[in-house]
Design a protein around this ligand. Structure first.
Ligand code: ZN
Length: 121
C-alpha cells in the first residue's frame, strides 16, 4: 500500500507552520530481510515536504502497519521539542487475518526539528 499523497504532504506543512525544517532518520528491524545489496538500512527524510504521515512497514505480511511519524512530530511540536534520539516503536500493524497477531517489525528513529523564529529581529 502506498501512502504518500501530495495533498496530505502539503497539509502536514500547513498544519505545522511553525516548523522550519524536519530531519527524520529511521531504520526498520524487519528491513534486513528485504534489503537489496548496497542499500542502506537507514533511511532519511529531510524537510516538511518530505514527511509522509505514515512511514510504510516493509514487512510484506503486515496489514495496516507503519509508523505514524506525523503524530510523533505533532506531539513534539506541541511542546516545541527539538530532538528525539534513538526511539523505538513497534509497527502498529498485524500479520494475517488475526488483528491480535502483531507485526514483529520495529522502527528505530531519531527526529530533529528546527522551528521558525516567531520574532522578527
Ligand atoms: Zn508492520
Amino acid at each position: 500500500m502506498k501512502t504518500p499523497l501530495v495533498g496530505r504532504m502539503t497539509s502536514f506543512a500547513n498544519a505545522h507552520p511553525d516548523i522550519e525544517n524536519v530531519e527524520v532518520e529511521y531504520k526498520q528491524t524487519w528491513f534486513v530481510y528485504v534489503q537489496k545489496p548496497g542499500e542502506s538500512d537507514i533511511k532519511k527524510l529531510t524537510g516538511v515536504h518530505d514527511i509522509q504521515p505514515i512511514i510504510p512497514c516493509c514487512n510484506e505480511k503486515c496489514h495496516d502497519g507503519g509508523l505514524n511519524i506525523e503524530e510523533i512530530i505533532s506531539i513534539m511540536a506541541d511542546s516545541k521539542k527539538a530532538e528525539l534520539v534513538d526511539q523505538t516503536r513497534q509497527c502498529m500493524g498485524h500479520e494475517g487475518r488475526n488483528a491480535y497477531d502483531s507485526c514483529p517489525n520495529h522502527f528505530k528513529y531519531s527526529i530533529r526539528i528546527t522551528y521558525k523564529k516567531d520574532k522578527k529581529s
